[in-house]
Design a protein around this ligand. Structure first.
Ligand code: HEM
Length: 136
């Protein structure tokens, strides 16, 4: 890789990492302000796991409620609302054959709000739908 390539990769990491996580954090604050009972549960859980100590990585895996909340926020308000992928060779996807060179748009926002996938309450903030984690 040339120095220029490395610089471009660093810029990509910076942009891809900071825009997405800051969007998630802001929408989480927004949801907390509307859903204060979830805010209280999250605060309680964090106090239970960390007490008054500094946050540490080991503790993060014990934050079940916080993870449910983040999954629900990112479902309702995905930082990337759609992605485009292109096939570089003939590809089979489920029962579809997609020739090489086709661009496919994946409408993340639409999929995340689809009543057929999430139920009639797809537009509601309900972290409990992730109480069993994320299905494959
Ligand atoms: C809430 C957090 C994040 C979300 C929702 C998110 C979402 C995505 C999505 C949807 C893509 C695929 C884009 C595509 O294929 O068109 C992607 C790619 C990528 N993400 Fe993230 N991301 C997040 C956090 C991060 C962080 C923290 C980093 C780095 C520190 C990062 C670095 C990247 C990179 C390098 C790519 C590949 C870009 C490429 O070469 O096409 N992302 N991300």
């Amino acid at each position: 890789m040339s120095m220029e390539d490395v610089i471009e990769e660093c810029k990509l990491f910076y942009f891809a990492g900071s825009e997405t996580t800051s969007s998630l954090i802001i929408w989480t604050m927004f949801c907390f302000s509307l859903q204060q009972e979830w805010q209280m549960q999250a605060r309680q859980e964090i106090l239970q796991v960390f007490g008054t100590k500094e946050l540490h990585f080991d503790g993060l895996k014990h934050l079940k409620i916080m993870n449910m909340i983040l999954n629900e926020v990112i479902r309702l308000y995905p930082p990337a609302t759609m992605v485009v992928q292109a096939t570089s060779k003939d590809t089979t996807l489920g029962d579809m054959m997609i020739p090489s060179g086709v661009h496919i748009i994946i409408p993340i926002m639409h999929v995340h709000h689809d009543n057929e996938i999430w139920g009639e309450d797809a537009k509601d903030f309900k972290p409990e739908r992730f109480s069993e984690g994320v299905e494959d």
